[in-house]
Design a protein around this ligand. Structure first.
Ligand SMILES: NC(=O)c1ccc[n+]([C@@H]2O[C@H](COP(=O)([O-])OP(=O)(O)OC[C@H]3O[C@@H](n4cnc5c(N)ncnc54)[C@H](OP(=O)(O)O)[C@@H]3O)[C@@H](O)[C@H]2O)c1
Length: 270
């Protein structure tokens, strides 16, 4: 059993997805998680949903946590770090998931060297299928980074990356569930156009995406090899593949992802 107290400052979409993921995986018990948020409504919702301790006081979360996850919007870091900086425990590992906030900029807000990890998870944390990237400053030891990685692995998969790749991570996994939802919606629309009930169409489309993704991860085959295996000569699938190529699917995806990565990089520079 993981013997750390994990604190969350911010329990909105991402914070609550991570809390749910950690508890579903039984990495820790409910008494080992504490969270703060701004509104009484969120505090009540989180307490009822997860049976964890909640508080309006960010300082209390900072004082109690061995691993302190900052899950607020990026601009809120400037407000909360001065509150919590004098209160964090000796040896506490601070983890920021804020898009666009670099290790150096967060260290500067603390005004001193702290153990700091920058992470980029994604929303499927809620169902134990997140993809997260982590990078750390040089105050974090390898065993400490492994502890933080265990937290992120409890609700999905993770990789350690150099910080210069974090903007690419935002494009390929942080934001990409949204692109996949568009793809699922479009596939379902086409099935609905053929008369399939809407709910059934989402199930067919989503499970096909899920299965195809697992084939890539679990067989280790090149995606092109897997695609070729589905495309019988003169068959139905190659007709769809040809139409997708004509519609510029790959170009559209690459352009979209590069726009997302560029936006992330621009946010880091401001
Ligand atoms: N959403 C994603 O897919 C995703 C993916 C990767 C990383 N991120 C990063 O995750 C972070 C959170 O994003 P989100 O989508 O979860 O945002 P969100 O849903 O708006 O949640 C933000 C949380 O911060 C709380 N908060 C605001 N001011 C606070 C304060 N002064 N003290 C304590 N808590 C405060 C809010 O409380 P109330 O609920 O009471 O308002 C809310 O619970 C962002 O930095 C984002 O860049 C998000």
């Amino acid at each position: 059993m993981f013997d750390k107290i994990i604190g969350f400052i911010g329990a909105g979409n991402m914070g609550s997805a991570m809390i749910g993921g950690i508890l579903n995986a039984s990495l820790v018990t409910t008494s080992q998680v504490i969270a703060s948020a701004q509104s009484p409504a969120t505090l009540e919702r989180i307490r009822t949903r997860f049976s964890i301790e909640t508080t309006h006081a960010n300082e209390t979360v900072a004082e109690r946590s061995d691993i302190l996850i900052l899950a607020v919007k990026p601009h809120i870091l400037e407000e909360i770090i001065p509150q919590i900086a004098p209160r964090i425990k000796n040896g506490c590992i601070v983890v920021s998931i804020a898009a666009g906030k670099t290790l150096a900029s967060i260290e500067a807000m603390f005004g001193r060297k702290i153990k700091l990890v920058r992470a980029m998870p994604n929303m499927p944390a809620l169902v134990g299928e997140a993809m997260s990237a982590l990078c750390a400053n040089d105050s974090v030891t390898k065993p400490e980074l492994a502890q933080v990685q265990a937290v992120f692995d409890s609700f999905g998969k993770s990789e350690i990356v150099p910080e210069r790749l974090i903007d690419a991570v935002v494009g390929v996994s942080g934001s990409s569930p949204a692109y996949v939802y568009l793809f699922i919606e479009a596939m379902a629309d086409a099935a609905v156009a053929e008369g399939m009930p809407r709910a059934q169409a989402y199930k067919f489309a989503a499970q096909s995406v899920c299965g195809a993704a697992r084939m890539v991860l679990e067989t280790g085959e090149h995606p092109g090899v897997l695609k070729d295996a589905v495309c019988s000569p003169g068959g139905t699938t190659i007709e769809a593949v040809a139409a997708l190529e004509e519609g510029g699917l790959r170009t559209a995806v690459i352009r979209a992802q590069r726009a997302c990565t560029a936006k992330s990089r621009a946010m880091s520079e401001t």
